[in-house]
Design a protein around this ligand. Sequence first.
Ligand code: PMV
Length: 351
Amino acid sequence: MTTATAIAHPNIALIKYWGKADEAMSLPATGSLSMTLDVFPTRTTVTVGEGAGAGSNATAPDTLTLNDRPATDAELGRVTRFLDLVRELAGDERPAAVVSTNTVPTGAGLASSASGFAALATAAAAAYGLDLDVRALSRLARRGSGSASRSIPGGVAIWHAGDDAASFSETVAAPPLAMVIATVDAGEKHVSSREAMRRTIATSPFFPAWVTSTAASLERMVEACAAGDFTRIGELTESNALRMHATIQSAEPPIRYLTAASTRVFDAVAGMRVAGLEAYATADAGPNVVVLTRPDDREAVAAELSANAGIAQPVTTLPGPAARLESGGGADATGPAASGAGTAPGAGAPA
Ligand code: PMV
């Protein structure tokens, strides 16, 4: 029996991933760039072998416990499809028992799938004895959920567009950054990002413009990160988020993730800038808004969000660490995935 436990953190994209070039391989239409958070980790244990799954033979199904309850058939199906990829790579057909605890509100547009599949990829690779470096692990995590690829290296990460071999994530140098999370609604989102991406590609007349403009914005963002230009990073972040939501809203039938409460946060952030507090807003596939700011300004931004945007408990975060195996977490906890994933430069602290 082999057990491995991994921890991974969610990430919030500054340049968004929205739309697949190849759905089966989970290849993105454009590259994207994110900051991994140092809050809301997912902890996942994968056990392979005797007693794992419903039985110890190769045909027994996998089992999945999610936040202390048995998973739904849909959740288990997604995890089994991902484990099938790991089993194919490892040449090992045995089922696994997976136990995962998420501290991010599931389905609220705060990237629970990113931390979830990054932790699952890291733990499953170790439990099945795979020798994967950060690049290979990020490619594997990508197959579970695109954005999970960026939670493997940690810190500020770029996920490259390209073919299967080229579409990996890696940490990039960036100036000190912080985020403040404004949760306006912790409920499940009404349309999954997977379904909404499909609909956007199939029906939005603006999708081709989204792809070309995002590719250009990513180039500008990489330049701004290298130059340490916080203002430019912030401007590109807010603009790209609004372009993504405009594109999503232009699908047929339309999908609107931002609500009146989200708009209030965008307005409050614009007001902060006018008042000389530099902050920029972004939002994923849900109503919650994440505010990018400098580390020294994060408490002031949080106070403003409480006072002027009705946010009960803003959560502040600095760049978070790479996905990693928990030390002493299992028989293979010192395996290659642990050393590889844990040493990404710049992870764990503002660069
Ligand atoms: O990979 P998914 O299904 O979690 O899609 C992520 C989509 C966004 O969060 C909206 C954007 C992004 O780049 O994270």
